[in-house]
Every structure is written in structure tokens, then in C-alpha cells.
Ligand binder design. Structure first.
Ligand SMILES: Nc1nc2c(c(=O)[nH]1)N[C@@H](CNc1ccc(C(=O)N[C@@H](CCC(=O)N[C@@H](CCC(=O)N[C@@H](CCC(=O)O)C(=O)O)C(=O)O)C(=O)O)cc1)CN2
Ligand SMILES: [Zn+2]
Length: 763
């Protein structure tokens, strides 16, 4: 008999109920009790939904008010000293101060750094530790959520982030070794496991995703030691959970760690089942990650059934669990309300709820349940229809891809020649100022779009409204004295979804929200077929904005790699092939913008680094095609046309050659939170092209002053030639308000002007 379960569920709610509850609490419009009530209802609703879909056991403590890594840091009291007093005085105030900063009532607390959760578009908060850090169990959230589910009649399994993964996700502020803190941390886990057992937990799920990465000796020792200590605790049975890849060379090692069960990801690592069956001690439960927690396609149930049968045959006396590959956090909740999806495509898809139903089908098919066998046949037919569907292929595009030549990805002249031509054509001052693209997406802008979608605002009136906003943004930038303008992106719901909506081969959802960080969500569009561009997508807006000013107006596009990494991607061909198709569509857009008189074109690639494979052996191949795709998009233009790219959230040391190979004329990066640390990679590499290191942290409502920005720019000038330096914020300004933006940009422009005066005086 197989038991059906999953590793975690989306938290935000089908209608983003958690977002609304959080934002209303932050605005002071509702109190803590209302927020906790909303959270409690969401948890219960999601457990019941999973149970109704066929789950036998539901995870608990997968829920979080903001982020699960932050929850663990707070639970172990691993918070900066500066924040502890507020946390002691009022839990939620302290918790959100860590997540978002706190500038109120005499406090000036910064937020913890935010970074990518492995290779996903989810962001977690980075715990800050130091040598000699002490830990104590200051909260029992996993126990409370266990009790809530238990009392509601469910069979709950608490989820914890494992001790080694927790430390590896953290950073130390003094550069000391994180894993040296293991012995200080482990007693918290031992105490917590005892409390969970006492509350009645039979199993606990302990996530150790780092086991699918390359491990050094120290980390292996840490794993052995930690799991040895956990095995001696008087706690529930321990499921060692791995996901986001195959265990690979860590398979035997992970299988032998003292746990009672092992979970493996059979979507990212379909070939690892036999390896694991060979090395897994016979007393272990095996949890099979069969339903894809990272994508939205219906599973190949025949294949999944076979895997499950193979596991049963090899481990006849053992329990086999059928589960999701990873947490379902990264997929939308339910397909049922997506009535607007094309009828031909809907049957191909499976969201969180449907994935649990699929697992139920596999379990029931094993005992030849008639309903399950019928469902299996239906799933088989749907998959076959998808693979054969004429909607998926465009022969014309295939021919165009085959005819591609290398020179299409290469600029006509080398950078030095282009830079000279661009200097003549654009006549920009030294230290040119610009912004990254978006201006505030105010409630009014989003409401106008929602009303237009609902048919309450005509297309003409919506268009006029957007033109008015764009014109006002252009005027504001001119008044502020910015050198290279942007149109503001008011017409875009999101930098990926907006393009997806205009490309063929893409479908999009109404409620397919996926959490990106805290209360912020995205609706990743779904690439189901060959991607082509039926018509120009941005030319009208760029041309309109350029018509309002004599200053250069930047065209603004999302790059092919980011379009790929932030969409749900078809799984019937290599990702590289899909990326090349998007690159060709965007190349046409770039050339259309150039033909429309746009002299500077920015192609954003914030997700290029995020897509880097988790294993080093796979890096080169990925970077090869990712860079090739960017070049195919960007490099068809004349020497005089200036290509910018933008990357935020990037650690550049690993990819600096690739960034250089992209050969953009200017790259803007996020550097303000790290006080220009991220610039190091460019300096060490002697990166030759233009660089705009961000001087304004746009993730915080805090407004930096001129002196602060000047300080950052001088730091950059210490290591870079003046001709290379651009002046810009870290990223787009869509999440900010206008008053903050005006003040900050005015300060940014005067910082750049002062810098120019300094250079002239020195000359
Ligand atoms: N895809 C993607 N990934 C990314 C980023 C990004 O910009 N896009 N940026 C980085 C950080 N991540 C972010 C992710 C989301 C948001 C964000 O602001 N999201 C918005 C939603 C954006 C959106 O889709 N907006 C729609 C829908 C807006 C909406 O809620 N409308 C209301 C009505 C209007 C109202 O009353 O507010 C409704 O439909 O009910 C629109 O503008 O049309 C949010 O959560 O609030 C910001 C940063 C990394 N990853
Ligand atoms: Zn950005």
C-alpha cells in the first residue's frame, strides 16, 4: 500500500488572501488577531483541500506569514542583536522588522538581505549569524500548527528545514564558518523533536535540499554529525527530504544517514531511483517525488506507476510514499477556476490540487481501482494529445531556427568602436544618469488595468490614461535632469507576463499566483508551444514616449533567458530550444525598436544567474546557450544603437565571463545593499564595457541622500575608469511610491553632477 502525501503547499491563497491580510495589517488597517485568523483559516482550508484531493498525510509548518527560513531563524533566536528588543516586546513587529525593515516610533532597523531560494523565483531572508552565536528555542510554531491540524482531524507531518541546510542558507557577518555553529544549534532541534513527539507527531519531515548539490568534506561531516545527534533525540520518525535535483554522487551517503525515511526528487532526477534502491538500507521508508512541484504539466502517470511498482518490488516489506518532487509552493493552487484557458490546453495542465489527485490515482491504480484505471487512461490520452497537437509546432519557425548563423549573434564592430560611435550619436555627459525601467505601479494604475479587463473602462480610455501617466513620467524625468529616460512600464502587469500575453505559444492564468517574496506574487505564463511574435509588442509605447522628448528614450524588453526562467516551460523539448525561439521573437522586437528611432534598448536579464544549474558540472552548458540566446536577441543592431542589460539579485563571481560574453554596451546591477561589494567581480575581471552599479536600494521605503549615493559612486570610481560609470538605482521603481522616488532621484542626479564637477576640476 502506498501512502499519498506532498512536501508543502502554496501559502498565499487562491485569491491571495494572505497578501491582502498582510498588507492590511502593515497599513495598520487590521490587527494581529485578524492576521492570525486569516492565516489559520488558510492553513485549514489548504489541508482540507489536500485531503479532499486524496492526501493521506498533510505537511504542517510549511505555512509562513512571510518566509519559512525567517521562521526558523526567529524560532532559534538567530536574529541580529539590533532587532531582538523589538522581537521580545512584540513578536509580529519584530518578525516583520526583520523581513521589511522598520522606520517608525524612533526605530531604524534594516531588513535582512533577501536572496533566491535555490534556482527558483522564490526569495528567502538570509539569517545573519556570527562566531559564538547562541541559539535557543524561542517559539513552537511547528508544534502549534501540528496541534491545529491534529485537532481538525488530519494526519499531519511537521516540516522543518534541516540543521545543515539552515546553516548553509545563512551568512555570517564576520566571515566565520557557518557549520562551526552546528553543535550550538542542534540542541534546539533535539528539544523541538521531543515537543513534536509529545504532541503526537508520528513523522517529521526534515528538508536537506543541499544534499543534491556538490558537497565538500566539511559539509559531509556536518551531515553525519547532525543526523547522528537527531537520531538520538526522543522524537518522531525522521524523513530526510531532498529535492531540486538528483542525489548523484551523494546517493549512498544520503541513503545511509540515520533517518527512518528518504525522499527523492524523481522529476529532476528520474534516473536516480535504481541507484537509491540499490543503496537504501532495508528498514527505510522511501518517499517518491513523482508530481512536479516546479511545473504545471500533467504527470506521465504510467511512468510514475512503474516507478512506484519498481520500488515496491525491490522493497516489498517497506512503506512507499507517493509525493510531490518538492514543495508545491512554486505552482498555482488550482486549475478548476481557470475557465478562460484555451479548452485544448486545459487538459494538459495540473496545479497543486490536481497534482495531489494524480498521486491518489497512482496509489489507487496499484490496487486496480476501476476509477483510478479510468483516470489513468484519460491522463494517457491527454498527454498523447498534447504531444501530437498541431498547436505546439510552427514549421516556419523551425526552418528559421535551422537557418541561424553565428554572425547573427555578433555585433558589427567591437565594443571600443561602438562606444566611440555611440558617444558621437548620443552626446551623453560623463556619469550619465538613468533608471531601470518601471516607475511606481500605483494602486490607481493597477485599478485602471483591472477595470479595463473587467470591461468597466474602455480600451480607448485605458490607453488615454496610460498615455497621461507616461507623459507625466517623462516630464518628471526631464525636470529631475535625468539623461536617459524610460517610459515607465505603466502598461505592464509584470515584466514577464506582459510579453507572454503578446507572444504565440504562451497561455496565461487568471489566478495562477505564485509567491515571489512576502506578499509579492507573480503569475508565471505557460509556454505550451513554439513561441512566435505575431506583432510588435512595445514599439508603440516606446515611440510615443520618445515623441515627447528630445532626450534618448530607452526601449525596454525582458530578455529571453528571463522570459524562460520566469515562465512555466514546456517539457517536451530542451529548455535551450525554447529559449532560442523566444530569443528570435525578441530579436525582431529589438530591430523594430531600432527602426522606430529608439537609440538605446535595454534587455533585462535578472534571472540569468538564477537559472544557473545547481551542480557545477552543468554550468558551462547552460551559460553557453543562455549567452547565445541573449546575443541572438541583442546583437543584430547597428554600432550606434546602444544595448543595455540589467541584472539584479546576482552574485557575479561565478558568471562574470558569461556577462562579458553577452557584450552589452552597458550593464546595470544591484550593488547598494552590499555597498558595492558585487562590483568586485567586474573589477577583478577588468570588465571593459559600461557599468551602472545601483546606488539606490529600491526594495526599501528608505530614501537615500545625496551624500550616501556620492559615497557609493566614489567607491566605484576608486576601481573603475570614469568613462565606464553610469548612475542608476538598483532595479525598477514599480514597488515604490512617487514621493520617495522623486526625492531619491533628485539626490541621485545631484550626486552625479557633483561627481562631474569634481572630475572637471581635476582635469
Ligand atoms: N515575474 C517576475 N519575477 C520577479 C520580478 C518581477 O518583476 N517579475 N521581480 C523580482 C522580485 N519579485 C517581485 C515579484 C512581484 C512583484 C509585484 O509587485 N507583484 C505584484 C503583482 C503584479 C501583477 O501581476 N499585477 C497585476 C495585477 C494587480 C492586482 O492585484 N490587481 C487587483 C486590482 C488592483 C488593486 O486593487 O490593487 C486585482 O486584480 O484584484 C496588474 O498590475 O495588472 C503584487 O504581488 O502585488 C514585485 C517583485 C524577482 N522576480
Ligand atoms: Zn531588477
Amino acid at each position: 500500500m502506498s501512502l499519498v502525501t506532498y512536501l508543502g503547499f502554496p501559502r498565499i491563497g487562491l485569491k491571495r488572501e494572505l497578501k491582502r491580510a498582510l498588507e492590511s495589517f502593515w497599513r495598520g488597517e487590521s490587527d494581529a488577531a485578524a492576521l492570525q485568523q486569516a492565516a489559520s483559516e488558510l492553513r485549514l482550508r489548504h489541508w482540507r483541500l489536500a485531503q479532499d484531493a486524496g492526501a493521506d498525510v498533510v505537511p504542517v509548518n510549511d505555512f509562513s506569514l512571510y518566509d519559512h527560513v525567517l521562521d526558523h531563524a526567529v524560532m532559534f533566536d538567530a536574529v541580529p542583536d539590533s532587532h531582538r528588543a523589538v522581537l521580545d516586546a512584540d513578536f509580529l513587529t519584530g518578525y516583520f522588522a526583520l523581513a521589511r525593515g522598520l522606520q517608525k516610533d524612533g526605530h531604524d532597523l534594516r531588513a535582512l538581505e533577501m536572496t533566491k531560494w535555490f534556482d527558483t523565483n522564490y526569495h528567502y531572508l538570509v539569517p545573519e549569524l556570527r562566531r559564538g552565536q547562541t541559539f535557543r528555542l524561542r517559539d513552537d510554531k511547528p508544534v502549534r500548527e501540528f496541534i491545529q491540524a491534529r485537532d481538525a482531524g488530519l494526519r499531519p507531518r511537521p516540516v522543518l528545514l534541516g540543521p545543515v541546510s539552515f546553516l548553509l542558507l545563512a551568512k555570517t557577518t564576520d566571515g566565520s564558518a557557518r557549520l562551526a555553529l552546528l553543535d550550538a544549534l542542534l540542541p534546539c532541534y533535539v528539544q523541538l523533536l521531543a515537543a513534536l513527539k509529545q504532541a503526537g507527531a508520528e513523522w517529521v519531515q526534515i528538508d536537506e535540499p543541499f544534499l543534491v548539490l556538490d558537497l565538500d568534506e566539511d559539509t559531509r561531516h556536518a551531515y553525519e554529525h547532525a543526523w547522528e545527534v537527531l537520531s538520538r533525540a526522543d522524537g518522531p520518525k525522521r524523513l530526510l527530504t531532498t529535492y531540486f535535483g538528483a542525489l548523484g554522487d551523494n546517493a549512498a551517503f544520503a541513503a545511509r544517514l540515520p533517518a527512518n525515511g528518504l525522499h527523492i526528487d524523481l522529476v529532476r532526477g528520474p534516473d536516480q531511483l535504481d541507484d537509491v534502491l540499490r543503496v537504501l538500507p532495508s528498514d527505510r521508508t522511501l518517499s517518491l517525488g513523482l508530481a512536479d512541484g516546479r511545473n504545471v504539466w500533467r504527470a506521465d502517470l504510467d511512468k510514475a506507476l512503474l516507478a512506484s511498482q519498481r520500488a515496491h518490488a525491490q522493497l516489498p516489506s517497506r512503506q512507499i510514499w507517493l509525493s510531490s518532487s518538492c514543495s508545491l509552493l512554486h505552482v498555482p493552487i488550482d486549475l478548476a477556476p481557470e475557465t478562460a484557458l484555451p479548452g485544448a490546453i486545459r487538459p494538459w495542465l495540473s496545479f497543486a490540487r490536481q497534482k495531489i489527485e494524480e498521486l491518489r490515482t497512482i496509489a489507487d491504480a496499484q490496487r486496480n481501482d476501476a476509477g483510478a484505471l479510468a483516470a489513468l487512461a484519460a491522463a494517457r490520452a491527454a498527454r498523447a494529445a498534447r504531444l501530437l497537437s498541431p498547436l505546439v509546432t510552427r514549421p516556419g519557425l523551425r526552418r528559421r531556427l535551422e537557418a541561424l548563423t553565428a554572425d547573427q549573434g555578433t555585433r558589427k564592430s567591437p565594443y571600443a568602436v561602438r562606444a566611440e560611435r555611440q558617444r558621437e550619436a548620443l552626446r551623453l555627459p560623463l556619469f550619465p544618469t538613468t533608471t531601470i525601467g518601471s516607475f511606481p505601479q500605483t494602486r490607481a494604475v493597477r485599478e485602471a488595468r483591472a477595470r479595463n479587463r473587467a470591461g468597466l473602462l474602455s480600451d480607448a480610455d485605458y490607453q488615454a490614461y496610460l498615455e497621461k501617466e507616461t507623459a507625466a513620467a517623462v516630464q518628471t524625468q526631464e525636470q529631475l535632469g535625468i539623461d536617459v529616460l524610460v517610459h515607465g512600464e505603466f502598461e505592464r502587469n509584470d515584466m514577464v507576463e506582459y510579453f507572454g500575453e503578446q507572444l504565440d505559444g504562451y497561455a496565461f492564468t487568471r489566478l495562477g499566483w505564485v509567491q515571489s517574496y512576502g506578499s509579492r506574487c507573480v503569475k508565471p505564463p505557460i509556454i505550451y508551444g513554439d513561441v512566435t511574435r505575431p506583432a510588435a509588442m512595445t514599439v508603440q509605447w516606446s515611440r510615443y514616449a520618445q515623441s515627447l522628448t528630445i532626450l534618448p528614450m530607452k526601449g525596454m524588453l525582458t530578455g529571453p533567458v528571463t522570459m524562460l526562467n520566469w515562465s512555466f516551460v514546456r517539457d517536451d523539448q530542451p529548455r535551450a530550444d525554447t529559449c532560442r525561439q523566444i530569443a528570435l521573437a525578441l530579436r525582431d522586437e529589438v530591430l523594430d525598436l531600432e527602426a522606430a528611432g529608439i537609440r538605446i534598448i535595454q534587455i533585462d536579464e535578472p534571472a540569468l544567474r538564477e537559472g544557473l544549474p545547481l551542480r557545477r558540472t552543468d554550468w558551462a552548458a547552460y551559460l553557453q546557450w543562455a549567452v547565445e540566446c541573449f546575443r541572438l536577441t541583442a546583437n543584430g543592431v547597428a554600432d550606434e544603437t546602444q544595448i543595455h542589460t540589467h541584472m539584479c539579485y546576482s552574485e557575479f563571481n561565478d558568471i562574470i565571463d558569461a556577462v562579458a560574453a553577452m557584450d552589452a554596451d552597458v550593464v546595470s546591477i544591484e550593488t547598494s545593499r552590499s555597498r558595492m561589494e558585487l562590483l568586485d567581480a567586474f573589477v577583478r575581471f577588468r570588465y571593459p564595457n559600461g557599468i551602472g552599479p545601483g546606488v539606490y536600494d529600491i526594495h526599501s521605503p528608505r530614501v537615500p541622500g545625496k551624500a550616501e549615493m556620492l559615497g557609493l559612486l566614489r567607491k566605484a570610481l576608486d576601481v573603475l575608469p570614469a568613462e565606464q560609470l553610469w548612475v542608476n538605482p538598483d532595479c525598477g521603481l514599480k514597488t515604490r511610491d512617487w514621493p520617495e522616488v522623486r526625492t531619491a532621484l533628485a539626490a541621485m542626479v545631484s550626486a552625479a553632477r557633483e561627481l562631474r564637477l569634481g572630475v572637471e576640476a581635476a582635469a
